[in-house]
Design a protein around this ligand. Structure first.
Ligand code: NAD
Ligand code: ZN
Length: 253
């Protein structure tokens, strides 16, 4: 039996799948990942540009990168991989998506229980008074950056930057999802960003079967992965859906 049918059978037998996703699942939606840097990240080193200290000291510089990233995100559509996860939820197999992504594409693919470990780009937040406002296309014209109307300080997208805390609600929700799952699918993540990367290890230590989908092996592969499906998430996930007799078009609400 091929690996794809093995994984499909596993899903049918055990159900209760969670997905743990990273930037790789959105590459085919046109949003480049940090590692294997392309496009945007050849120009802007993420370790510098996505660090909170850089934002605080040089908001105008960081907003040059943010405008480009926000534009990419506004223009992006769910990839076949996102849609496959939508279909997997509709069929009752997938119980939660724990994502490190901030692009909102899992929502667009019809998933409903999405744990955003690194926040999202739907809002802007003031670091001083914590006021939040929706992040709309108009902010792209605010020069040199959008400011808080109470404090006049630079506003920051509500995604978690390096050096910032993970939202406690996301940690708790991820913990609960891991406790209950029978299978974890690790998709398109390099596994080097902590504490997020602890999630698959926690699931494995609780006895979950581990399926991993990536174009390259990662630190998870030799440590916890039982089924490594090498390839692009947008090719691999639709094949699994097909083995299960589901369709990508099942995803949309
Ligand atoms: P990463 O950039 O560190 O690693 C990307 C991983 O995806 C690599 O392992 C790579 O081999 C794999 N990959 C690349 N193309 C793929 C494809 N088509 N199919 C399957 N796998 C593919 O990403 P990360 O592990 O998520 O960590 C980076 C951090 O950057 C995250 O915290 C995330 O918040 C943030 N980020 C988010 C976005 C987004 O929201 N779309 C984009 C860039 C970075
Ligand atoms: Zn403020």
């Amino acid at each position: 039996m091929g690996k794809y049918s093995q994984v499909a059978n596993l899903i049918k037998e055990k159900g209760n799948v969670i997905a743990f996703t990273g930037a790789g699942i959105s590459v085919e939606s046109g949003i480049p990942a940090f590692r294997g840097a392309q496009g945007l990240w050849e120009k802007y080193d993420p370790e510098e540009y996505a660090h909170i200290n850089s934002f605080v000291s040089e908001p105008a510089k960081i907003w040059c990168m943010l405008r480009e990233m926000i534009k990419l995100t506004f223009d992006a559509h769910p990839s076949p991989a996102h849609l496959a996860l939508g279909a997997l939820e509709k069929a009752g197999f997938l119980k939660a998506v724990i994502t490190q992504n901030v692009d909102g594409l899992h929502q667009e693919a019809g998933n409903t229980n999405i744990i955003e470990y690194h926040g999202n780009m739907r809002n802007l937040v003031c670091l001083k008074c914590r006021k939040k406002i929706p992040l709309k296309q108009e902010v792209l014209t605010a020069m040199p950056y959008p400011t808080c109307d109470r404090c006049n300080k630079a506003m920051k997208p509500d995604g978690v930057f390096f050096g910032e805390q993970i939202p406690i609600s996301a940690i708790e929700a991820a913990h609960e999802a891991v406790e209950n799952c029978k299978i974890i699918m690790i998709i398109g993540t390099s596994g080097v960003v902590y504490p997020a990367a602890e999630v698959p290890f926690q699931a494995a230590s609780r006895g979950a079967a581990v399926v991993e989908i990536n174009v390259n092996p990662t630190p998870f592969t030799s440590a916890v992965t039982q089924y490594f499906l090498e390839g692009s998430a947008s090719q691999v996930l639709p094949r699994i859906i097909d083995e299960l007799g589901l369709k990508l078009s099942d995803a949309q609400p």
